[in-house]
Design a protein around this ligand. Structure first.
Ligand SMILES: Cc1cc2nc3c(=O)[nH]c(=O)nc-3n(C[C@H](O)[C@H](O)[C@H](O)COP(=O)(O)OP(=O)(O)OC[C@H]3O[C@@H](n4cnc5c(N)ncnc54)[C@H](O)[C@@H]3O)c2cc1C
Length: 387
């Protein structure tokens, strides 16, 4: 058993940390305040190679292991969750569907520029009435064989990276069987940005992740060529579930970065802030919060690296990914709440980073499968007869 990251991975952590501290940290508060999606910084993350880490060199990637990608997400999330989710959604939700299911032509057209970090792809699974219950997709795509075109109708809700100036496309799940009496056949269709009949609604106003781009998407008789089917007809849901398993490890890594930041900032504040004639860190109520945060950080990190290791070995990851996501995201929400408490009134102020971390953390328990859905996955894995 080896619990050490390799020298190369540790060096890489240093490079990403330097970038995050120089290019992201000084701006994160202003981007958050102004709800700015910083295109130039996202392109700079691309030039650093962050969008291509886990993809093969033949597509311009680094052929790195999943743990290395987790390290990158941790380091970006340590300073700003909005930029970390932009990276995570760009890689795990935008590019991965093309890597797993794309034809060679689709890989060349979409995956290669995504790996280079020059464009972003978005992942359209959720709908107004199909979130946790993603199989309830109502969006339809009908193929007109004579014209060799799909016509897509419907809408998608809360889609990350879907309306940025560098968004190239969105992959959407849609019902593709005309027979509506049987079980739905759900397939994946690629819709390029700017296609007629595809409307990106104004950005949502959100509790957190203000610098991350999120929109509702509407498809009104939106026509795309027949070769915009991604993967097999009817394979959409199975393929998205596999993509979400990877994504859950990645979201857990993002949560680890948040806990790391909360721990560092809480300890520093607890040492420097005085009350009643000495540092507040001498009170157990403050010190023990930091101790518990350190334990949760260690546990969360071990769970994500174990899940990443299983994935790289080609072993089943559904349980490990669910455990990592469930534990790390709930620990991150707790850590941000404790950090705000340790900062007292300052923790409630916008210019104290932990107040942003607190608002940004809650979504981690919701996106890419809620905590309840992770518990459901785990209960089923235990053989329990849960619904
Ligand atoms: C900022 C943001 C970005 C997002 N980005 C994307 C994206 O890029 N692409 C995308 O497709 N989606 C995206 N989502 C959607 C996200 O994945 C869903 O919001 C999430 O899966 C939950 O679905 P829902 O909101 O419909 O909640 P619901 O499914 O309505 O759930 C509501 C509550 O009921 C609980 N619940 C539901 N079913 C069960 C059950 N069987 N057992 C127990 N409890 C249950 C849930 O856990 C939750 O607490 C994003 C969401 C947000 C907020």
């Amino acid at each position: 058993m080896d619990f050490e990251l390799s020298d190369e991975q540790q060096q890489f952590r240093g490079v990403v940390r330097e970038f995050a501290e120089a290019e992201i940290a000084p701006n994160a508060q202003v981007w958050d305040r102004d709800h700015t999606f910083p295109v130039e910084t996202v392109l700079a993350m691309g030039r650093l190679g962050l969008f291509g880490l886990v993809f093969p060199t033949e597509y311009g990637g680094a052929s790195a292991d999943f743990a290395t990608y987790c390290v990158a997400l941790e380091e970006i999330a340590r300073v700003d969750s909005s930029m970390a989710i932009t990276l995570e959604a760009g890689v795990s939700l935008g590019a991965a569907p093309f890597f797993y299911d794309g034809t060679e032509a689709q890989k060349q057209e979409y995956l290669v520029p995504m790996v280079a970090g020059e464009v972003l792809g978005a992942f359209g699974l959720t709908e107004a009435d199909a979130g946790s219950d993603a199989g309830n997709t109502r969006t339809t795509a009908n193929l007109d064989h004579s014209r060799e075109k799909w016509t897509v109708n419907g809408q998608k809700t809360f889609i990350t990276n879907s309306g940025t100036p560098i968004t190239k496309c969105v992959t959407v799940t849609a019902r593709t069987n005309s027979d509506t009496t049987g079980p739905p056949e759900i397939s994946t269709i690629v819709i390029d940005s700017g296609t007629e009949g595809f409307t990106v609604m104004p950005a949502y106003r959100k509790m957190g992740w203000h610098a991350s781009d999120t929109h509702e998407l509407v498809f009104d008789n939106c026509e795309v060529p027949a070769d915009h089917l991604l993967g097999e007809p009817g394979g959409g849901l199975k393929s998205f579930l596999r993509i979400l398993d990877d994504g859950r490890i990645a979201i857990a890594a993002l949560a680890v970065g948040v806990i790391q930041a909360c721990l560092e900032q809480s300890v520093e504040h607890a040492k420097g802030r005085n009350a009643f004639g000495g540092p507040i860190g001498r009170y157990q109520s403050i010190a023990f919060k930091c101790s518990d945060m350190a334990v949760s950080l260690e546990n969360a990190r071990n769970l994500i690296y174990k899940a990443a290791w299983l994935r790289d070995k080609g072993r089943p990851i559904r349980r490990a990914a669910a455990m990592a996501k469930l534990y790390a995201t709930e620990a991150a929400v707790r850590a941000t709440s404790d950090a705000v408490q340790i900062f007292g009134g300052y923790g409630f102020m916008d210019d104290t980073p932990v107040s942003r971390y607190y608002r940004d953390a809650k979504i981690l328990e919701i996106g890419e499968g809620t905590s309840e859905i992770q518990r459901l996955v785990l209960a089923r894995d235990l053989g329990l007869p849960v619904e």
